[in-house]
Design a protein around this ligand. Structure first.
Ligand code: 6PG
Length: 483
C-alpha cells in the first residue's frame, strides 16, 4: 500500500537508487513489515515499483530528498543503492545536507573500502553515522535474502542491525548479517568475498574445461557431473548454477548456450581490487590473482587470435579411465577451493591487523553460509575451524581441511600434471598446488634470493644459526660482516 507522505515521519528505512538491486531490497524490507520510503533521481522508477509491487507492503512515495528525509523515523536510516564512485559521493552529500546528527547513511553498493573509510571519517565529523555495507546475492538475493556485511560505528548497528537481519538470508535460524567492524571493514570483507568468488568461478571453469577437453564430454554431460558433485562436499550455489548454465540450450541454434557465448570474461573490478589490496598487504592470494589474470587473458581477443596455432609440443594421450579422472578433478577442485578460501581469510586477517578492525573470521564464515554468491556447504567447516581456533595460522592447518587435502593430494597432482601434458591451461589448479607445496616446504629458494639481493645491493640477510643481519663483502675478500 502507498502511504501518503503528508502522514509525517513514518518510514523505518529509506532506499534511494531504485534500479533492480535497490528496488528488490526495498521490496524485501516491505515484505518483512517495514514501512519503506522510496526515492530515485527520476520519479518514473519509483512509480513503476509502486505500480508493480505496491501491494507487497507499505511504501512512501517521495520526489525530493527533503521529502524523502522528512518521511523517515528518527534516527533516520537511508540505504543508498547507486553506482559505486562519484554518484555515491553526490547522493551522500545531498542526504547529509538534509539529515541531522545521529542519522545513519548506509552505502549498499560495491564501494572501494578506502572510499568508505574516507566517507565515514568525513560524515563522523558532521555527527552522522556512515555504514559501508557489503551486500551479496545478486538480484535474487536482494529480494529473498542476501548476505549483508555492514561496517561502520558499532552504535549505529543497534538501530540498524535488527532491520538488516530481518531481510537477510537465514541459515539454521541465524541471520546472514552481523556487524563486521569499524569504518571500511564491511566493504573490505565484501571485496575479499568477491575475490574468492572469482577464484571459485575460475576453478569451476578449469574443471569444466578439463571434462570437455580431456574427456570429450559435451555440455549436457558436464552438467550432470556438476549436479552429482553438488550432492557432496562441493555443494554450493556456484556449482549448482554451473549445471544450470551448462544445461541451457540456445533457442536460435539449438546448441548448448555456453557454446555460443563469447569466451571473454568481463569484470566490474572487485576481484582486481582484492589483488591490489593483497599486494599492498603482502598476502599471497595466488588463486584469486590467477582468476583475475585468467579473465584478462580471455579478454585479450586479438592477441589470442594471433597466437592460435603456436606450437604445443608433443601432447600426451587422453586419460582412459574417465571415471577416475573425473574423481581426480573433483578432488583437485575441492583442494584448490580450500586454498582460495585460506588465502582470502589470510587477507582478511592482514586487513584487520593493518586497520585495527578486530575482525572475526568465524563470524564471516557464518554469514557467508547463506544468501551470498559463494555460499557453500563447506563454509560450515570453516566456521567450525575458526570457532575452535580463532587464531588459526592458515585454514589449511585446521584438522578437517588438512585431512581433506591429504585425501585429495594425489588426485590434485595427477590433474595438474595431466593437464600440463595435454596442453590444457589450469592456472588456478596449478598455482594453488604450488602454493600448498611452498607452504609445506621446509626450505624455499628465498635463501638464494636473499644472497642475490645482498650481492648486488648489500641488502643483508639473516643466518639460520645466529641472530642479527649479515652482509658478505662480495666485491672485497668475501668475508662476512655483521650489519
Ligand atoms: C555478489 C556479486 C556482485 C556482482 C559482482 C560481479 O556478491 O552479489 O559479487 O557483487 O555480481 O560484483 O562482479 P564482476 O562483474 O566483477 O564479475
Amino acid at each position: 500500500m502507498t502511504i501518503d507522505n503528508t502522514e509525517g515521519a513514518r518510514a523505518q528505512i529509506g532506499v534511494t537508487g531504485l534500479a533492480v538491486m535497490g528496488s528488490n531490497i526495498a521490496r524485501n524490507f516491505a515484505r518483512h513489515g517495514h514501512t519503506v520510503a522510496l526515492h530515485n533521481r527520476s520519479i518514473a522508477k519509483t512509480d513503476a515499483l509502486i505500480e508493480e509491487h505496491g501491494s507487497e507492503g507499505d511504501f512512501v512515495r517521495t520526489e525530493t530528498i527533503e521529502e524523502f528525509v522528512g518521511a523517515l523515523q528518527k534516527p533516520r536510516r537511508v540505504l543508498i543503492m547507486v553506482k559505486a564512485g562519484d554518484p555515491t559521493d553526490a547522493v551522500i552529500e545531498e542526504l547529509a545536507a538534509a539529515m541531522e546528527p545521529g542519522d545513519i547513511i548506509i552505502d549498499g553498493g560495491n564501494a572501494l573500502y578506502t572510499d568508505t573509510i574516507r566517507r565515514e571519517a568525513s560524515l563522523r565529523e558532521r555527527g552522522l553515522h556512515f555504514v559501508g555495507a557489503g551486500i551479496s546475492g545478486g538480484e535474487e538475493g536482494a529480494l529473498n535474502g542476501p548476505s549483508i556485511m555492514p561496517g561502520g560505528p558499532k552504535e549505529s548497528y543497534a538501530a540498524l542491525g535488527p532491520l538488516l537481519e530481518s531481510i537477510a538470508a537465514q541459515v539454521d535460524g541465524t541471520p546472514c548479517c552481523t556487524h563486521i567492524g569499524p569504518d571500511g571493514s564491511g566493504h573490505f570483507v565484501k571485496m575479499v568475498h568477491n575475490g574468492i568468488e572469482y577464484a571459485d568461478m575460475q576453478l569451476i571453469g578449469e574443471a569444466y574445461n578439463l571434462l570437455g577437453s580431456a574427456l570429450g564430454y559435451d555440455a549436457g554431460k558436464i552438467a550432470d557431473v556438476f549436479t552429482e558433485w553438488n550432492g557432496g562436499d562441493l555443494e554450493s550455489y556456484l556449482v549448482e548454477i554451473t549445471a544450470e548454465v551448462l544445461r541451457q540450450n540456445d533457442a536460435k541454434t539449438g546448441k548448448p548456450l555456453v557454446d555460443v557465448i563469447v569466451d571473454a570474461a568481463e569484470q566490474k573490478g572487485t576481484g582486481r581490487w582484492t589483488v591490489k589490496s593483497a599486494l599492498d598487504l603482502g598476502v599471497p592470494v595466488t588463486g584469486i590473482a590467477e582468476a583475475v589474470f585468467a579473465r584478462a587473458l580471455s579478454g585479450s581477443r586479438d592477441q589470442r587470435k594471433a597466437a592460435v596455432g603456436l606450437a604445443s609440443g608433443q601432447l600426451a594421450d587422453k586419460p582412459t579411465d574417465a571415471a577416475q579422472f573425473t574423481e581426480d578433478i573433483r578432488q583437485a577442485l575441492y583442494a584448490s577451493k580450500v586454498v582460495a578460501y585460506a588465502q582470502g581469510f589470510d587477507q582478511i586477517a592482514a586487513g584487520s591487523a593493518e586497520y585495527d578492525w578486530d575482525l572475526h573470521p568465524a563470524d564471516l564464515a557464518t554469514i557467508w553460509r547463506g544468501g551470498c554468491i559463494i555460499r557453500a556447504r563447506f563454509l560450515n567447516r570453516i566456521k567450525d575451524a575458526y570457532d575452535e581456533n580463532p587464531k588459526l595460522p592458515s585454514l589449511i592447518l585446521a584438522p578437517y581441511f588438512r585431512d581433506a587435502i591429504e585425501t585429495a593430494i594425489d588426485s590434485w597432482r595427477r590433474v595438474v600434471s595431466t593437464a600440463t601434458l595435454l596442453g590444457i591451461p589450469v592456472p588456478a589448479f596449478a598455482s594453488s598446488l604450488s602454493y600448498y607445496d611452498a607452504l609445506r616446504a621446509e626450505r624455499l629458494p628465498a635463501a638464494l634470493t636473499q644472497g642475490q639481493r645482498d650481492f648486488f645491493g648489500a641488502h643483508t640477510y639473516e643466518r639460520v644459526d645466529a641472530d642479527g643481519k649479515f652482509h658478505t663483502l662480495w666485491s672485497g675478500d668475501r668475508s662476512e660482516v655483521q650489519a
